[in-house]
Design a protein around this ligand. Structure first.
Ligand code: AR6
Length: 180
């Protein structure tokens, strides 16, 4: 599914983020930038040791923020490592932190002149964020940013598996119907 946001495009695809040909891909990292399972593990495996080397140099990243490294052997030139919140019931500032994680990535993209970025669904795996709520934050944050920042031409959400894809699709359709 593909929609216009300002003069830019926001797209949902089902697939593997490590295969994307966007200039940058987002990672769902942890605050130690130590690597792990899920999408983080897949990115480090596919991108090779150059990514971890830079992560070690950077040292860490607070929750709700993001840092940029090389894409190593990936097609994408850069990885933007975002640290989403661990979901603790919803009253621990999770929504703001998740929004801020996406916004940090987008700001880095603007600063670096990156025109296309692919995101995984940050925090909805091991970190337990309910996907209905998280997808709304992810999509509205990116759509609002694109409206103000035409320099980013494409944001693509790469959803792992059919259920994740359908959750994002449902939310995007809801957002569209709310905004007429
Ligand atoms: N491409 C796209 N999405 C993927 C891929 C892939 N190759 N693999 C998994 N996903 P998670 P989090 C989806 O757990 O919840 C790590 O250990 C997955 O289905 O990767 O932010 C980090 O080091 C889910 O929808 O990230 C942190 O410690 C989404 O990616 C912690 O997990 C996010 O799931 C971060 O947890």
């Amino acid at each position: 599914m593909k929609v216009a946001s300002g003069s830019s495009t926001l797209e949902l695809v089902q697939g593997d983020i490590t295969k994307q040909d966007t200039e940058a891909i987002g990672n769902a990292a942890n605050s130690r930038l130590a690597g792990g399972g899920g999408v983080d593990g897949a990115i480090h495996r596919a991108g090779g040791p150059a990514i971890m080397k830079e992560c070690r140099k950077i040292g860490g990243c607070p929750t709700g923020h993001a840092v940029l490294t090389t894409g190593g052997n990936l097609k994408a030139k850069y990885v933007i490592h975002a640290v989403g919140p661990i979901y603790r019931g919803g009253n621990a500032g999770e929504a703001e932190l998740l929004k801020s994680a996406y916004l940090s990535c987008l700001k880095i993209a603007t600063e670096k002149g990156i025109k296309s970025i692919a995101f995984p669904s940050i925090s909805t795996g091991v970190y337990g964020y309910p996907i209905d709520e998280a997808s709304r934050i992810a999509l509205t944050t990116c759509m609002d940013y694109l409206k103000e920042h035409p320099e980013i031409e494409l944001v693509r959400f790469v959803l792992f598996g059919d259920a994740n894809y359908r959750a994002y699709e449902k939310t995007l359709k809801e957002i569209q119907s709310e905004h007429g």
